[in-house]
Design a protein around this ligand. Sequence first.
Ligand SMILES: C[S@@+](CC[C@H](N)C(=O)[O-])C[C@H]1O[C@@H](n2cnc3c(N)ncnc32)[C@H](O)[C@@H]1O
Length: 328
Amino acid sequence: MVAKLKIHNDCGLENEKIEFMHDVLVGLSSEKKKIPSKYFYDEAGSELFNQITRHPDYYLTACELEILRSFRKEIAQLLKKEPFNLIELGPGEGIKSRLLIEQFLSDHLSFNYCTIDISKNYLEQLVRRFNQQLPSLQIIAINSDFSDGIKWLGNKSKKRNFVLFLGSSIGNFNIPKSRRFLQDIRNALHIGDYMLISFDLRKDVDILLHAYNDSSGLTCAFNLNLLHRINRELQANFNIDSFAHYSTYNAHEGAMESFLISRENQLVTIASLNRDFMFEKFESIHVESSYKYLFSQIDKLAENSHFEIKKTYLDTKGYFVNSLWQAK
Ligand SMILES: C[S@@+](CC[C@H](N)C(=O)[O-])C[C@H]1O[C@@H](n2cnc3c(N)ncnc32)[C@H](O)[C@@H]1O
């Protein structure tokens, strides 16, 4: 059978540039300058993130792949009773989803695959690759922000849903935002639907610092790429060399926090915004937080967003967790 391949971008992505302009304007006009991490994933950023996931310092991907390889049969068993929609939020390259999908196909489960990602580049590559490698898979690809994609999905189908939210992407939201986001997901689901969601656990701080300051400078290039993107898409004149990447651990928040720090006093013009922005020497731009979790926080998040934790899958090092939740 030929796979049905669609990329929908009718969820507000036509407003993508306006939203980008708005977020950059608001973020760089704030007293503490910031740019949301969702803007990392242009073509170059997506490619850099792929390289990061293969780097030995970035333990997260290896841990999650180990968990999925160990438990995919068990997950397939759980889903085999009835047809379902497999819905993935932010698949990236789709290596992890492919592991599960291959298992589901070999166990003859009845499902279709719907995936949402802000990166058109990721979606195009994934659709092309899955079409070649998994020709029987029915795919719907939605190029949008998670929140628009979830709204679009809400009540679209009476079938059971199985949501994948991998890569500890939830960690990019602070705890109150995570709760609201998970409640929105829960509202788009039926009672009894499942979600496999991953969390990076708190651990030795040195391991965290190495992961976000990798020895090959990939994370540095990934973060600085945000300025290249603003230069290109919003006609700005950031001098990339005059910013330094800095990632540190905030023990009280339990979060790795990444910044770009101005090396000098400088004025940056963003022509699309018709604005200049002053940066003092050592002034920072916050570009990402990656929250690391305690088990008690995961329990509370599930409870507060009306899910029950059915299973907790850990890697052998105990660094990372994939948590199987069921909508209450
Ligand atoms: C940390 S990567 C994880 C990728 C993959 N799931 C993995 O585990 O390696 C985050 C993914 O979510 C997408 N993404 C990030 N923020 C998003 C947003 N607000 N809405 C939709 N997709 C987003 C990125 O393009 C990327 O594919």
